[in-house]
Structures are given as structure tokens and as C-alpha cells.
Design a protein around this ligand. Structure first.
Ligand code: FAD
Length: 316
């Protein structure tokens, strides 16, 4: 039995873990990966305390080291379901069940899927959602990037330095990303733009071999040989597994009050997964700290301790 189980090891979840473990709460973090979105940022220039440019991966390594120092337990798995019975939360993953007195939901944003045949089958076998993480696997190969915003343009430029040829496929006639990136892309000889087009199917055997691209106006289809597909069409909250427990807004974000309390007693939430409108590393970290202190207060009061000391503010 854990005092608190934190779902997600991004900036919010890791900060929450540092705070709960320093309060001697038995803490387990369950996450699909370590670092979350921040780990994909090749350069971070706005995280206070780091004057030199640092990669998001390096920042998240430091979060991890700090959490390990205070004895946080980590399990790499995906949480599928949460049940609440007899005042205890039962957290079900792909492999195991875990119990906790309180929960912090910090499962952030997940890359949006293309939802085409072949995508599920080839995830991790040619279909990627992170050019920063996976670009080096495609040295001198042909790849496709799907999307039209800054993330897609950034991924295309990065891949053009590694891959043989990059097809940038976008469903509109114009890109929505920054003009400076668009100009750089137009100057790069090994980038081919395919506009007003969508992906119909991803094909291959063990690994991706090709994609079927369809023109939106005349539905004409073309098969293009590529070994990698980078899906850069934005992020979404995948909160279906908690929708019966906590209130969500119209974007599926978890609704919280100013102390990170959700609509369900004992469940707190922090970071990009919540209806806080700003999505930044420092904000997720701060919200994670708030959620952790709220959990501490919740557990102390549940155990009959009146007016627990929370931080400097409460001792004034
Ligand atoms: C490419 C990129 C560059 C960025 N650059 C910057 C920047 O320079 N500066 C800045 O301040 N912000 C930047 N951001 C935004 C910033 O990274 C995020 O706002 C912040 O990291 C969100 O942290 P989080 O902990 O709330 O969520 P996330 O980072 O999304 O973490 C969520 C965690 O939950 C896990 N998870 C999800 N579902 C489940 C589940 N069902 N079970 C178990 N685990 C689950 C995920 O694997 C992940 O570890 C960038 C984002 C991206 C994508």
C-alpha cells in the first residue's frame, strides 16, 4: 500500500514525487517513460537556473536523480484503469495492480495519432512521434513527416540533415508554422513538399516500407517508399481511463481547483493534463509541487492530524 501513486514521470509527476517523498510519504511513480515531453525538447532556454542552453533530456535526468535521492519508487508501465473501493485507490496497469491512499494524475499530453491502417502495427517499427529521439535511426534513408506546424517543420529540418530524402506531407495548401522555418525548408534540396494530401495507409512487413498518400481534391493515390514516418500533428489529453472518476473539460483536460484538487476526493492532478491554460516545464513543475503538498495535507487530515505544517507560509 502506497501513500500516493503518481501517474506520469514528466516535469509535473517528478516534481510531485520529490515533494511527497521528502514528506516521508511512500511514493510510487508509474509512467510510460521518464521525462515526458520535456525530454523531447532539444534546447530549453526558459527553465530558471540554467543560464546556458540545456536539453530537456538533461533537465529531466536531474529531476530523476533528485527523486531517486529521496527514495521514490518507479515502475515503467501504462496505467489502464483506476478504481476506488473502501476508501482505497486500485491502480491497474498492463501487468500489475497497485493500491494507494491518494493519487496524483500527471499524465500530460500524448502525441495525436494519424488513425490510419498500419499506424498501430508499425509504432516503434518505423512510425515515430519524436524526431529528436529517433532521427538517427534513419541515416541515409527516405522518411516522411506529417504535419504543418512548427513541430513538423522543426522535425523536417532536423531529418534533412540525417536522412537521404524527407517528404513533408500536409493536408492544407499552406503551413501554419513560422515563416523563417518555411524559408529554410524551401532552400533544402532533399526536402519534397506534398501539400493538400493525406496519408491513407502505412504499409510494410516487419518494418515500414511505404505509405499511400491521397490528394484531397481529386483523391488520386500514390505509393511512396519510406522507412520512417514522423507524425507531428499535435498533442492531446488521453484521459478516457479517468473520465468516470474526475470531471473533464471540453478538451478532455482534468478540471482542478487552485490547489490541484480534482472533483474526486483524494485525486489530485498537475501539469499539462489539467485545465491550467499554460503548458510549460516550469509551470508543470510548480503545479506538481502544489499537488504534492495538497496530498500531504489530505493524508495528514485523514489520519486526524489537525493543521499540518505545509510550508513556510503556514508557519507565519
Ligand atoms: C518538442 C517540445 C519542446 C518543448 N519545449 C519547451 C521549452 O523549451 N520550454 C518549456 O517550458 N516547455 C517546453 N515544452 C512544453 C513542456 O515540455 C511541457 O509543458 C511539460 O514538459 C509538461 O510536463 P507534464 O509533466 O505536465 O506532462 P508530460 O511531459 O506530458 O508528461 C506526462 C508523463 O505521463 C506519462 N503517461 C501518459 N499517459 C500515461 C498512462 N496512461 N500511464 C502511465 N504514464 C502515462 C508519459 O509517458 C509522460 O512521462 C516543449 C514540449 C515539446 C513537445
Amino acid at each position: 500500500m502506497y501513500d500516493v501513486i503518481i501517474i506520469g514521470a514528466g516535469a509535473a509527476g517528478m516534481t510531485a514525487a520529490i515533494y511527497t517523498s521528502r514528506r516521508m510519504l511512500k511514493t510510487l511513480v508509474i509512467s510510460k517513460d521518464l521525462g515526458g515531453q520535456a525530454a523531447m525538447a532539444s534546447k530549453v532556454e526558459n527553465y530558471p537556473g540554467f543560464i546556458e542552453v540545456i536539453s530537456g533530456f538533461e533537465i529531466m535526468q536531474k529531476f530523476n536523480q533528485q527523486a531517486q535521492k529521496f527514495g521514490v519508487e518507479f515502475i515503467f508501465d501504462q496505467v489502464k484503469e483506476i478504481q476506488f473501493k473502501n476508501d482505497i485507490f486500485l491502480i491497474k496497469t498492463n501487468k500489475e495492480n497497485y493500491e494507494a491512499k491518494a493519487i496524483i494524475l500527471a499524465f500530460g499530453l500524448t502525441p495525436r495519432d494519424l488513425n490510419v491502417p498500419g499506424e498501430e502495427k508499425f509504432k516503434g517499427r518505423g512510425v515515430s512521434y519524436c524526431a529528436t529521439c529517433d532521427s538517427l535511426f534513419y541515416k541515409d534513408k527516405n522518411v516522411a513527416v506529417i504535419g504543418g506546424g512548427n513541430a513538423a517543420l522543426d522535425a523536417t529540418l532536423l531529418l534533412s540533415k540525417i536522412a537521404k530524402k524527407v517528404y513533408l506531407i500536409h493536408c492544407r495548401g499552406e503551413f501554419s508554422g513560422d515563416e523563417i522555418l518555411i524559408q529554410k525548408i524551401k532552400q533544402q534540396k532533399n526536402i519534397q513538399l506534398i501539400l493538400n494530401s493525406t496519408i491513407k495507409e502505412i504499409k510494410g512487413d516487419e518494418l515500414v516500407k511505404s505509405i499511400i498518400v491521397s490528394k484531397i481534391n481529386n483523391k488520386r493515390e500514390e505509393e511512396i517508399k519510406v522507412r520512417g514516418i514522423f507524425v507531428e500533428i499535435g498533442y492531446e489529453v488521453k484521459a478516457d481511463f479517468v473520465k468516470n472518476l474526475v470531471d473533464l473539460d471540453e478538451k478532455n483536460q482534468i478540471i482542478i481547483d487552485k490547489n490541484c484538487q480534482t472533483s474526486h476526493l483524494g485525486i489530485f492532478a498537475a501539469g499539462d493534463v489539467t485545465d491550467i491554460c499554460y503548458k510549460q516545464i516550469i509551470i508543470s513543475a510548480g503545479e506538481g509541487a502544489k499537488a504534492a503538498l495538497s496530498v500531504y495535507k489530505y493524508i495528514q487530515e485523514k489520519e486526524g492530524k489537525k493543521n499540518p505544517i505545509l510550508d513556510w507560509g503556514t508557519t507565519k
